[in-house]
Design a protein around this ligand. Sequence first.
Ligand code: PEP
Ligand code: MG
Length: 322
Amino acid sequence: RLRDYLEICQKPNKTSDGLPFSLRANIEFEAELQTVKKYCAEGIGLLRTESIYLRRDFDDIDKQKSFYSTILKQTSPNPVTIRLFDAGGDKITGYESNDPNPFLGNRGIRWLLNKKELLMQQLRAICEVAANYHGLVRILIPMVSTLEEFKEVRNLLQQTQQELENEGISIDDNISLGIMVEVLNVALQADLFCTEADFLSIGTNDLTQYLLAVDRGNEQLSHLYDQRHPMVWRLIKNVVESAQEADKPLNVCGELASDPVSACGLMGLGITELSMNPAALPPVKKMLRQRSLSEMKQLATDLQHCQTISEVDNVYGEWKEK
Ligand code: PEP
Ligand code: MG
């Protein structure tokens, strides 16, 4: 099976009728780079940076820089999307241990904007490393819920670039700044966020929990937490329309993209860039290569029109049997 997978990975990223797509990897640790290469991911679509905290390196800009440069060197010349530190929620809670309602609390960009020195330091570390990279570096902001948050980060990024220039350090003018679409409001008002962001990345893990009001990690409620929910498909469609209208790149980096049938549904909605855990790359690629765009469009339409999860199950079952 491994040999089978490795063979698939060498083949072109095209649907059966020739539509190209990009598959990238979600990673958090250097050790994962091996699989990224083995399965021929076209770069990193989501670099989670919380490991910097786990290693207690968050205050040390040199250690941060060496983490980013290891990742970039191994990924060159493919694009790399570095997500700003996403503290809080189900992630590292050490910094803010008394948050009474972590998922609705001080997490992601909310937390970072209260810790500006750390945010500025992370932006600086990324900018310094990106300047020497022969490929696209993108910065992704987690847990955005207002346009003001985005604008504030944009200003801080510009300020950082200016400081570097003043110090005679070269900068990467092409660095782009995007937002995670993981709060319901952002998915609904995607047109507004598209006016400011350089790109969008849909995080279906959190988007689903904020849509359905179900804790993504609560096993007792796992029957209620399903990223394939028809309303998730409709929300994603809304985001696609806004991104296309504004001509902004859009990808999905949530777990939904790691499932082969769902990946076909996302392609059917018009999303040709998917990022997933590295192990999911071969099976996803295999199925995308076997089916045509018109079939995928029909799948996406069928999913949006389901009324219940058991109807969704049926659509998935039929698709697999085809
Ligand atoms: C998501 O929420 O879908 C996502 C990709 O981010 P994380 O799983 O790190 O919260
Ligand atoms: Mg998330």
